[in-house]
Design a protein around this ligand. Structure first.
Ligand SMILES: *[C@@H]1O[C@H](CO)[C@@H](O)[C@H](O)[C@H]1NC(C)=O
Length: 295
């Protein structure tokens, strides 16, 4: 007969093997100054720096918006930004945070925050382009007011999946469905971009609400600037084949039960639009939708 301590030992071993097959949350992002990872892209004078670049603000006025991009390109990794959206009347403005490759058959992973009139809710629109093809919009409301505090918005990207996170909640997953004939970003490095601009031709209530320039400048605040990716300017081939970084490991190849339940919660409570269920647009459901558990 096994002694009690042996039984406990077996119990611990089985517990350990259960935990190793479970999915894990991405590494905790580290806050670094803007200039460690990013450079301004356009309208340099509309970016303001505070606290040694640990905090920045993007300003939009009737003359121009502004934006910035990562200095390097990355093939896989974990990219995170803390943003406090334009407060008050932000109708017509769009704040974006996205990854994009540079060529024509481009890959892109998008967060777009559509502003609104004072006290009306923002919309978060996400999209994924692979091999130049997008048209995979999803729209949700957030479960908090994104103008009150900083929240983190991040992307985990590896060979198996792309996960969109809002704070620690996965709001969307795009799995590698190459076997179903769906292209997956795997060989084109991407840069990370962010911008604030006027999109009152489409953003708020489908373009019905116009930007009120009397309320300008519109200001979005940023901090965090965390990037933990394989720098492709070093060696893209190495990034694609190495498979040894933390995000390549098994526990990051799929969401686990609790993470799927949180995703489910977002879907049930906050979804406004999902291309997967738009039968007018897609009489046949796009093949990735089942695998992504979008329906
Ligand atoms: C803005 O508020 C209106 C009214 O509450 C809502 O219908 C809409 O979805 C909100 N968001 C955007 C970006 O239009």
């Amino acid at each position: 007969m096994a002694s009690p301590s042996l039984a406990i030992c077996f119990f611990l071993i089985s517990l350990a093997s259960v935990t190793t097959t479970m999915a894990a949350a991405p590494r905790r992002p580290m806050n670094v100054p803007f200039q460690k990872n990013y450079v301004p892209t356009w309208a340099f004078d509309h970016i303001k720096y505070f606290n040694g670049g640990n905090d920045i603000q993007l300003c939009l006025d009737k003359y121009t918006g502004t934006g910035f991009q990562s200095s390097s390109s990355y093939l896989f990794g974990h990219f995170s930004m803390q943003i406090k959206m334009v407060p008050g009347d932000s109708a017509g403005t769009v704040t974006a945070f996205y990854l994009s490759s540079q060529n024509s058959e481009h890959d892109e992973i998008d967060f777009e925050f559509l502003g609104n009139r004072t006290n009306e809710p923002y919309i978060l629109q996400t999209n994924v382009f692979t091999g130049g093809k997008g048209d995979r919009e999803q729209r949700i409301y957030l479960w908090f007011d994104p103008t009150k505090d900083f929240h983190s918005y991040s992307v985990l990207w590896n060979m198996h999946q792309i996960v969109f996170y809002v704070d620690d909640v996965p709001i969307r997953v795009f799995k590698n469905s190459k076997d179903l004939g769906v292209k997956f970003p795997f060989n084109q490095p991407m840069k990370i971009y962010s911008s604030l601009w006027n999109a009152d031709d489409w953003a708020t209530r489908g373009g019905l609400e116009k930007t009120d320039w009397a309320k300008a400048p519109f200001v979005a605040a940023y901090r965090g600037f965390h990037i933990d990716g394989c720098d492709a300017s070093a060696e893209a081939k190495f990034c694609a084949t190495q498979g040894k970084r933390w995000w390549d490991q098994k526990e990051f190849s799929d969401l686990d039960g609790p993470q799927y339940r949180r995703l489910q919660w977002v879907r049930q409570k906050y979804t406004i639009y999902n291309y997967c269920t738009d039968r007018k647009r897609y009489p046949t459901m796009p093949p990735e939708c089942h695998r992504d558990r979008d329906v």
